[in-house]
Design a protein around this ligand. Structure first.
Ligand code: E4P
Length: 217
């Protein structure tokens, strides 16, 4: 499964990319607002730090302006993916942009039929928001499973990008459900490699090694 980071904090993304485990980035207008910096400068820095797909979202709601915004976003860097909302105009813009060769991530997906339409529009990525469904008492992971089945039934190539991830358990379950990618907030990513038994096990190994009085270097 590809690991994307859900953030617009360019400095933090650069540091996380040093792990060699980050395959891409997703931003959204709220994350850009939180970062509090110039949109295009931020995108340029992120695209330079992470060579994989970097989603940048249009803010227009009508087809024509979405296309114009998508074209402008794609001039920022080769690895920009145009993020469009799952609306009538967003799907139409996705179809046009994809036909022109611009990869799109259809965002704010909350149902399997929405995901079906995104695949028919030729989207490179579909972003089902599982955490927000769970927050509302619905079954976010069930949605990932449904989309996986539908895409496999018809051999759609659209990649399932599990979004709105809240925990390591979400990452695990999305991987089990067959999501192609998960976009993970930095704090959740940093917690993924932590385990108390790893920490205590390492402490014991190092104590025993020290007692031998030997060195590797
Ligand atoms: C996905 O691309 C979105 O940016 C993101 O996952 C939204 O998550 P949230 O529900 O934590 O805002």
């Amino acid at each position: 499964m590809q690991i994307f980071i859900d953030s617009a904090d360019a400095a933090e993304l650069k540091a996380l990319a040093e792990t060699g485990l980050v395959d891409g980035v997703t931003t959204n207008p709220s994350l850009i607002a939180k970062a509090g910096r110039d949109f295009f400068e931020t995108l340029r820095e992120i695209c330079a730090a992470v060579p994989g797909p970097v989603s940048a979202e249009v803010v227009a709601q009508d087809y024509e302006t979405m296309i114009a915004e998508g074209h402008k976003l794609r001039t920022v860097a080769e690895n920009i993916v145009v993020k469009v909302p799952l609306t009538r105009d967003g799907l139409r813009a996705c179809k046009t942009l994809e036909e022109e060769g611009h990869p799109c991530n259809v965002t704010l997906c909350f149902s399997a039929v929405q995901a079906l339409l995104a695949a028919k529009a030729g989207a490179t990525f579909i972003s089902p928001f599982l955490g927000r469904l769970d927050d509302g008492g619905q079954d976010g992971m069930g949605l990932i499973r449904e989309i996986r089945m539908i895409y496999d039934n018809y051999d759609y190539q659209t990649q399932i990008l599990a979004a709105s991830i809240r925990s390591g358990a979400h990452v695990r379950d999305a991987a089990i459900a067959g999501a192609d990618c998960a976009t993970i907030p930095p704090a959740v990513f940093k917690a993924l490699y932590k385990h108390n038994l790893t920490d205590s096990g390492l402490e014991a190994f190092l104590k025993d090694w020290k007692a031998t009085g030997q060195k590797i270097l």
